[in-house]
Write a protein that binds this ligand. Structure first.
Ligand SMILES: *Cc1c(COP(=O)(O)O)cnc(C)c1O
Length: 229
């Protein structure tokens, strides 16, 4: 089942790339495994799926410790500053940085471990009250400040679009984030490489790909619905 789901998502990625005149190798699939058992990850690992996204620090650390062989963990959820120390050397990318406060904490913990942390800036492009992320208009200034932190490396932008019935409604947000991404990339800021645009989830990843996503975060379409009760 999981393997078939993965295959089907990959087929849809390829089709969306084809429509957009893009090469599927330009799009990295992060399988969002939050609230799903380690066995599910082991199954997909056997199929060659290496990138996994988690929202909760404790869950990421548990899975990190018990997985049979190393995978690439992505921190995609909102994070309290006092939790940074637990994941700093366990993740390949932190998608959810939306303040200088948090970036400074990442700098501090990365410096202690003598590593450089790759991060994305989370933008609330649809201005939803319920979502984390900063306004598009604040993004460039924040990136300029973070670029001065030697152990933090900005790699791009991330957003979570609203949950809507018709994913076409989110196209404008993806387009807007892509434009912002290009604008900032064109500034050629030292210590900033704008090469990752993380947008698109189960409901809207094909549209996100058509609008330039280089990384999509897909949970439900691969693992099935999550049980929050
Ligand atoms: C849960 C989550 C996803 C995956 O959502 P699905 O709709 O299950 O694909 C992607 N990104 C973030 C930030 C999430 O919290």
């Amino acid at each position: 089942m999981l393997s078939e789901n993965l295959k089907s998502v990959k087929g849809r990625i390829a089709a969306a790339c084809e429509r957009a005149g893009r090469d599927p190798s330009e799009v990295t699939l992060v399988a969002v495994s939050k609230m799903k058992p380690l066995e599910d990850i082991e199954t997909l690992l056997a199929d060659g799926q290496l990138e996994y996204g988690e929202n909760y620090v404790q869950e990421l650390c548990d899975k990190y410790e018990h997985i049979s062989r190393p995978v690439h963990w992505h921190m995609i959820g909102h994070m309290q500053r006092n939790k940074v120390k637990y994941i700093i050397d366990k993740t390949v990318l932190i998608h959810s940085v939306d303040s200088l406060h948090l970036a400074r904490q990442i700098e501090k913990e990365a410096a202690k471990k003598d590593l450089t942390a790759d991060i994305l800036i989370q933008v609330n492009v649809a201005h939803e009250d319920t979502k984390f992320g900063l306004d598009a208009g604040e993004t460039l200034d924040l990136i300029r400040e973070i670029s001065l932190l030697p152990h933090v490396h900005v790699r791009g932008l991330m957003t979570s679009a609203p949950f809507v019935d018709d994913p076409e409604e989110n196209r404008c947000y993806f387009r807007k984030l892509h434009e912002l991404f290009i604008d900032i990339r064109d500034k050629n800021i030292d210590n900033v490489d704008m090469d990752i645009l993380s947008m698109g989830m189960t409901n809207d990843y094909e549209i996100a790909i058509e609008e330039g996503a280089t990384m999509i975060r897909v949970g439900t379409a691969i693992f099935g619905a999550r049980n929050y009760s």
